[in-house]
Design a protein around this ligand. Structure first.
Ligand SMILES: NC(=O)c1ccc[n+]([C@@H]2O[C@H](COP(=O)([O-])OP(=O)(O)OC[C@H]3O[C@@H](n4cnc5c(N)ncnc54)[C@H](O)[C@@H]3O)[C@@H](O)[C@H]2O)c1
Ligand SMILES: O=c1ccn([C@@H]2O[C@H](COP(=O)(O)OP(=O)(O)O[C@H]3O[C@H](CO)[C@@H](O)[C@H](O)[C@H]3O)[C@@H](O)[C@H]2O)c(=O)[nH]1
Length: 327
């Protein structure tokens, strides 16, 4: 059984990936500093180290004890909007933290890594679909902090012989279809969980950040990808980097290929939950690209992966089921 170090594994996406790793015959070991994660989001038999990716000593202990065969590196600060006000924290955790981790991997002869990148690296490309051949132009320090890690990984592949794959996720949403895990950010900033809180009467209503974008209804468009599909993509990615003979770096989009506007999501959340809530228009949020929709063809070609959940109603329904069970 292969040992897989999952940094940030106690977070939203990480906890779903751990479920899939265990089901897929891997042995996850989680390193998380619990700045945004939950111990009870993980099965009791998963070793969990409460530590920071910027802490060389903590990393040395983990590598010496568990000798991971590969790393899934998810630990990061995640909110593009916050990064517009506090860039230093994002470069420190996301970029510098990744370098400390990569150097621990080198010290301990572990050179296979799947990295959580983001659609935010594309910025405002002005195109209908985004594919991996486009030049990247991130708008926010968050997107830039991730783009820098992609650049570093490319050099570590060509110079140090790493096998590295960056998965550029579009907007993760939903919850484990069996209800074992879900999204629990506090404070919450993501669109769908906030709308579900509004549907449940836990907040007064929803604000739409920007209605004057160059999109059909004026609100931002995103490609919402089910967290269960995202977790499956990681299993495929892991098999890919573990099976690779020659060192390599590559970036692959993980999305559905379809987009929903903020207004679409407001309506769908009210339809799926059967509850109405107030929606008001606000100014734009800094750092938001108008439109992010994946061309998912490369994921299919290279990893044999495609999204199973293509109807956003299913994504919202799973998130709502988890929310109503746990709140
Ligand atoms: N949620 C999305 O839509 C989305 C989209 C694209 C990319 N991503 C990327 O996916 C990854 C996971 O995102 P998420 O939504 O699950 O976020 P999350 O905040 O739920 O998970 C991140 C985890 O990393 C941990 N962490 C943060 N800083 C750390 C540090 N210095 N050392 C150790 N652990 C640390 C947090 O405690 C948390 O458990 C992130 O890298 C994020 O940038 C997320
Ligand atoms: O109360 C709200 C919250 C969000 N939005 C809008 O909804 C869209 C989606 O926002 P959000 O759910 O916060 O996600 P993103 O800012 O698109 O970022 C997510 O998706 C990115 C990939 O596209 C990841 O890299 C990030 O980590 C992840 O937070 C954006 O246009 C926001 O302006 C609102 O209008 N009102």
């Amino acid at each position: 059984m292969k040992n897989i170090l999952v940094t940030g594994g106690a977070g939203y996406i990480g906890s779903h990936i751990c479920l899939h790793l265990q089901a897929g015959g891997f042995h996850p070991i989680v390193l998380d500093n619990f700045s945004n994660g939950h111990r009870d989001a993980l099965a009791a038999d998963i070793p969990v180290i409460d530590g920071d990716i910027r802490d060389q000593t903590a990393l040395d202990l983990v590598f010496e004890r568990y000798h991971p065969d590969a790393v899934i590196h998810m630990a990061a600060l995640i909110e593009a909007g916050v990064s517009m006000r506090e860039p230093a924290r994002f470069y420190d955790v996301n970029t510098h933290g990744s370098m400390v981790l990569l150097d621990a991997m080198r010290r301990h002869d572990c050179n296979r890594i799947v990295f959580s990148s983001t659609a935010a690296v594309y910025g405002n490309a002005g195109l209908e679909y985004l594919d991996e051949t486009l030049p990247i132009r991130p708008e926010s320090p968050y997107g830039k902090s991730k783009a820098m890690v992609e650049t570093i990984l490319a050099d570590y592949a060509s110079i140090y012989g790493f096998h590295a794959l960056a998965l550029r996720y579009f907007n993760a949403a939903g919850a484990d279809p069996a209800g074992r895990a879900g999204e629990r950010h506090d404070p919450e900033t993501h669109l769908i969980p906030l709308a579900l809180q509004a549907a449940a009467g836990l907040r007064d209503g929803m604000k739409i950040f920007g209605t004057d974008y160059d999109t059909p209804d004026g609100t931002c468009i995103r490609d919402y990808i089910h967290v269960d599909d995202l977790a499956n993509a990681h299993i495929a990615a892991l098999h890919h980097v573990i099976g690779q003979t020659d060192p390599n770096f590559d970036s692959i989009n993980i999305g559905t290929g379809d987009g929903c506007s903020v207004k679409d999501i407001m309506q769908l959340c009210q339809d799926v939950t059967g509850r109405k809530f107030a929606v008001t228009n606000e100014d734009r949020r800094d750092g938001d690209p108008a439109r992010l929709i994946a061309n998912p063809a490369k994921a299919k070609a290279v990893l044999g992966w495609t999204a199973k959940y293509t109807d956003p109603r299913d994504i919202i329904a799973h998130a709502w089921a988890y929310f109503t069970k746990n709140d």
